[in-house]
Write a protein that binds this ligand. Structure first.
Ligand SMILES: *[C@@H]1O[C@H](CO)[C@@H](O)[C@H](O)[C@H]1NC(C)=O
Ligand SMILES: *[C@@H]1O[C@H](CO)[C@@H](O)[C@H](O)[C@H]1NC(C)=O
Ligand SMILES: *[C@@H]1O[C@H](CO)[C@@H](O)[C@H](O)[C@H]1NC(C)=O
Length: 270
């Protein structure tokens, strides 16, 4: 009897123990692994600047022009990738919202059907650190891709609660972008991320964030999306000087190859 009481007491103590505080102070990151963040600045009013450290992600573009339906269309394919490979799911679920630069040339009639949307939507999940080296390539049919983010990425962000429904996202994006404008801080305005840390089934409070990419030095943009998976030129060159010998196909590298192309052709003639 005493033993039972004691055991119950011990069990009660154990369950009452607070969950370990995650390194970034985000409660949801104690429950499931988050990407590695480095806080750079706190502007107050739930606004901040952060670096997301290099890592591996899975991503899928939603074949729709409708933000509301985007998550439902690709969520299961991403979920299945984690499940089928025995990889633990992480938080947050990120939605990347990008201006569709391909539209004018690719879609002359400006139809509102994918891929001819004003904006494109993609979902992203971080791969847990322990699985990053071994995560297998997803099947072609799944449309899921592995993204190796080799450089850190910096973002301005704003945290908000509630449900990340479209009008809230729009309002928070506006609040953050106006704050940055007022301070004269330049940012990339053709793409942003919405990070969602809680599934809609979880009790409130929820945590969501808007992340806007910092303005890249030099001002040239590859025109893809804010997350910019390929290595960015300036950072790339800095890294190259650090004896990083991996071949990196940055926009700058590709541009250099273009410039070199006539030279190569010329030499081949001889
Ligand atoms: C987007 O999808 C939702 C849910 O199916 C629908 O209610 C809404 O009308 C759609 N929006 C547009 C602009 O088509
Ligand atoms: C997944 O998470 C559980 C619970 O945290 C842990 O015990 C397990 O080792 C993890 N599995 C992998 C493959 O990391
Ligand atoms: C989000 O939208 C709901 C419903 O319109 C509203 O009650 C809530 O205050 C909004 N939250 C934020 C953070 O804007």
């Amino acid at each position: 009897m005493l033993a039972v009481c004691l055991l119950t007491f011990v069990a009660a103590l154990t369950t009452a123990a607070p969950a370990p505080e995650p390194p970034n102070g985000i409660r949801q990151c104690a429950r499931s692994e988050c990407p590695v963040y480095t806080d750079l600045e706190d502007y107050g009013l739930d606004m901040w600047k952060r670096r997301i450290e290099p890592g591996v992600w899975v991503r899928k573009v939603a074949p729709t022009c409708n933000r509301t339906t985007a998550i439902g269309l690709v969520y299961m394919d991403m979920h299945n990738y984690f499940r089928d490979n025995g990889i633990n799911r992480t938080t947050p679920l990120m939605m990347e919202i990008s201006e569709n630069k391909a539209e004018p040339s690719f879609c002359p009639d400006k139809s509102k059907f994918f891929p001819c949307c004003d904006k494109t939507y993609a979902l992203l999940f971080y791969i847990p650190a322990v699985s990053q080296a071994t995560a297998p390539p997803p099947s072609k049919e799944s449309g899921v891709e592995l993204v190796h983010m080799e450089d850190p990425r910096e973002f301005y962000g704003i945290t908000f609660g509630g449900r990340p429904v479209t009008h809230n996202v729009t309002a928070k994006y506006k609040q953050l972008s106006e704050f940055l404008d007022d301070k004269g801080i330049p940012f990339e305005d053709d793409a942003f991320l919405v990070a969602m840390y809680d599934s809609s089934r979880r009790p409130l409070p929820h945590r969501n964030e808007i992340l806007i990419p910092i303005k890249k030095p030099g001002g040239s943009h590859d025109g893809n999306d804010g997350f910019d998976y390929e290595n960015d030129g300036q950072q790339n060159e800095r890294q190259e000087s650090q004896a990083n010998s991996a071949v990196q196909w940055s926009p700058i590298t590709i541009m250099k190859l273009f410039l070199l192309y006539p030279v190569i052709m010329f030499f081949q003639k001889w």
